[in-house]
Design a protein around this ligand. Structure first.
Ligand SMILES: Cc1ncc(COP(=O)(O)O)c(C=O)c1O
Length: 369
């Protein structure tokens, strides 16, 4: 059926150009939105953290796994996000799979967007809370479901930038709903950190900050070019997660290398150089989005550098992806069951040149014919 998953490994670092199968391809497939994954600054920071603290974590954080660098990254993340506290997790997946069941349990109710990421779905399943799925990005449907629920504790969970469609959650409406109904709001900012709100994510874009009733999950693995994740929240919530999130307690701490790289990345996105990269990312995004729109491609409700090009059949998406590879671009097809409609998910980066975007558009137009 054309649905069996296979992958091709790179023979080069992540970046604007990647080598695959002995060919150099312009990369429209990675979440390295700011082109930081192979930046000299991050590599150097990872190298010096590794030289100072070693290659491996060696133990869970609660045992001997954390270096002073881990605490430094938590303070830096909390301060950058404007939150009282932050706790590191080994990945976004660990964060969602661990924090959600630590916050909501038997007798509680979770209200989850129908397009939330697999790691959120798994966190909900592990929680044993009753989970209600509201229609995508529909705060009034979430309100209807919330008003019907007599649960002791209520948790609303959404991505801020949806990873497969690139649209935004109505965080203003969901925040208002949470505040007026005594619910907690949990926002997965994996695709918004380093992209929106001056790099601080969707909450900041809507003028909101993480705190006692607003939990922010952010990753270092996408725009920040490194690896790992954080939960930014109130001091009590962070302390509770340290004691109750099983993926935090029972897994070896992040190795020092990525922690050092993440610290350097946070510093960078808070600087003028970071602001310039974000401006570049958005210029590239507008150019590709407008070009695709004018050429008549169906791009769904995207408002961010995640640009899906939708196809009706799996075969069409696979043919488009192969056609682009022949033309020198890497953009694998994303198919059911990951998404309902097959697509090319074009990931824009600040590292792309105008010529990259122009020639991708030319190649896309040829596919269309
Ligand atoms: C919305 C969302 N949440 C969480 C994750 C998981 O993050 P990580 O790759 O750091 O495990 C991803 C990445 O695939 C994602 O897209």
């Amino acid at each position: 059926m054309g649905l069996f998953r296979e992958f091709l490994d790179r023979e080069s670092p992540q970046g604007r150009l990647i080598a695959i199968g002995g060919r150099s391809l312009v990369n429209f497939a990675s979440n390295d939105y700011l082109g930081l994954a192979a930046s000299g600054t991050l590599i150097q920071a990872a190298q010096s953290a590794t030289a100072e603290f070693g290659a491996g974590g060696g133990a869970a954080r609660l045992l001997a796994g954390g270096a002073v660098l881990h605490g430094e990254l938590e303070r830096a993340a909390a301060s950058f996000m404007g939150a009282p506290a932050a706790l590191l997790f080994n990945s976004g997946y660990h964060a969602n799979a661990g924090a959600i069941p630590a916050i909501a349990g038997h007798g509680d109710a979770i209200f989850s967007d129908e397009l939330n990421h697999a790691s959120i779905i798994d966190g909900c399943r592990l929680s044993k809370a009753e989970t209600f799925i509201y229609r995508h990005a529909d705060a009034s449907h979430a309100r209807q479901l919330l008003e019907k629920s007599g649960a002791r504790r209520k948790l609303i969970i959404t991505e801020s930038v949806f990873s497969m469609d690139g649209d935004l959650a109505p965080l203003d409406g969901l925040h208002e709903l949470a505040a007026s109904s005594g619910a907690m709001l949990y926002v997965d900012e994996a695709h918004a950190i380093g992209v929106l709100g001056g790099g601080r994510g969707g909450l900041r874009h809507f003028g909101l900050t993480p705190g006692a009733h607003v939990v922010q999950m952010g990753t270092f693995s996408k725009a920040l070019g490194s690896y790992g994740a954080f939960i930014a929240a109130g001091t009590d919530a962070a302390g509770w997660l340290r004691n109750a999130a099983r993926t935090f307690i029972f897994s070896t701490a992040l190795p020092p290398g990525p922690v050092g790289a993440s610290l350097a990345a946070l510093k960078l996105i808070g600087s003028d150089a970071g602001a310039a990269l974000m401006a570049r990312l958005w210029e590239n995004r507008e150019m590709l989005f407008e070009g695709l729109r004018k050429a008549g491609f169906e791009t769904g409700p995207t408002r961010t550098p995640v640009i899906p090009v939708l196809f009706d059949g799996v075969g069409d998406a696979l043919r488009a992806s192969h056609g682009l590879r022949e033309a020198g671009f890497y953009a694998p097809a994303i198919r059911p069951p990951t998404v309902m409609r097959p697509r090319l998910r074009l990931q824009v980066s600040a590292a792309h040149t105008r010529a990259d975007t122009e020639s991708l558009l030319e190649a896309m137009k040829k596919l269309h014919k």
